[in-house]
Design a protein around this ligand. Structure first.
Ligand SMILES: [Ca+2]
Ligand SMILES: [Ca+2]
Ligand SMILES: [Ca+2]
Ligand SMILES: [Ca+2]
Length: 189
């Protein structure tokens, strides 16, 4: 399926990803729905409606926009970019980028070397899963889980709870005076 989009978002995909892809630009006026990616790289942007989205096994871009219109996102395999999810984002295998922006910051990197970024509006719960993950909190009291392998954790402001997991892990901004806590398995802080 190819959905062409008059507002221009799909044009950029043609330029930057000339190989095969599927672009889904959704602007249907229904209450809730599910979107399943097809084979190839998918780009899913929602307008006006709330969706749960499952990406393809390749490199997907899933974007709930500033109204957090994607409730649950599952990137599945491939190196996915998932932003603005309303409840929950799961990168699945691959090296994924998940940024919560102003939406709820609950994110699972799963396998692969992932970058997870918390929300500026809500406390983050960021779980790296396996792989060497870069996990970055925001201004709230965030929970950051490195899980296995060698992770880098940054809490930013607030009383952040660091759980490093196995591997050689680094907290870049541990500050007990701010109320930060850490597990005993954090090697560098
Ligand atoms: Ca993935
Ligand atoms: Ca990971
Ligand atoms: Ca924080
Ligand atoms: Ca770790």
């Amino acid at each position: 399926m190819n959905y062409w989009n008059p507002i221009g978002a799909a044009y950029a995909i043609f330029i930057t990803k000339p190989r095969r892809y599927v672009a889904l630009i959704i602007s249907l006026f229904v209450q809730v729905g599910r979107i399943y990616g097809d084979s190839g790289d998918d780009k899913v942007i929602t307008h006006d409606t709330v969706f749960d989205v499952w990406g393809s096994s390749e490199n997907d871009e899933i974007d709930g926009q500033s109204e957090c219109l994607i409730s649950h996102a599952f990137g599945k395999a491939g190196n996915d970019r998932i932003i603005f999810t309303g409840h929950f984002a799961s990168g699945g295998p691959g090296n994924d980028f998940i940024r919560s922006d102003d939406c709820r910051g609950v994110a699972y990197g799963d396998a692969g070397n992932d970058e997870l970024r918390a929300s500026a509006e809500h406390p983050g719960e960021l779980q790296g899963g396996s792989g060497n993950d870069n996990i970055i909190g925001e201004s709230n009291n965030d929970q950051l889980f490195g899980d296995s392998n060698n992770d880098i954790l940054t809490g930013n402001e607030g009383a952040d709870a660091f759980s490093c997991g196995s591997g050689v892990d680094t907290i870049t901004d541990f500050n007990a005076a701010e109320g930060d806590t850490k597990t005993a398995d954090c090697e560098n802080f």
